[in-house]
Design a protein around this ligand. Structure first.
Ligand SMILES: [Zn+2]
Length: 105
């Protein structure tokens, strides 16, 4: 995992494009880094490219229902898992494989 800090994104705090975690703050919070590390794990589990296809497909599905970019993003199972567990710094130690699955709906 390679961390790149201080990128001036306008609307987002960070993005994970395996093996890179790219964040806006020069001093990113532990919560932000934990969130992005959860995405690294998800991407590894899905062998990277399928993750992006799945991620985009879920976003399109939710967007087709709600017609709202932010709400569609927050409904993606990978994001729900990351947001739900970003403050639990032991989460990745205890997480079972495909931990995002229970957030699918
Ligand atoms: Zn996220």
């Amino acid at each position: 995992m390679i961390l790149i800090k201080g990128i001036p994104f306008k609307k987002i705090q960070g993005i994970t494009l395996f093996p890179f975690i790219i964040v806006k703050p020069k001093m990113p919070s532990m919560v932000l880094l934990n969130h992005e590390r959860i995405h690294i794990r998800q991407q590894l589990e899905l062998l990277i490219i399928p993750f992006y296809i799945w991620y985009l497909s879920e976003w399109l599905y939710h967007f087709s229902k709600c017609r709202h970019t932010w709400i569609a993003y927050r409904r993606i199972s990978f994001e729900r898992e990351a947001y739900d567990n970003e403050t639990d710094f032991t989460y990745l130690k205890n997480r079972k494989i495909w931990g995002f699955w229970k957030y699918m709906k």
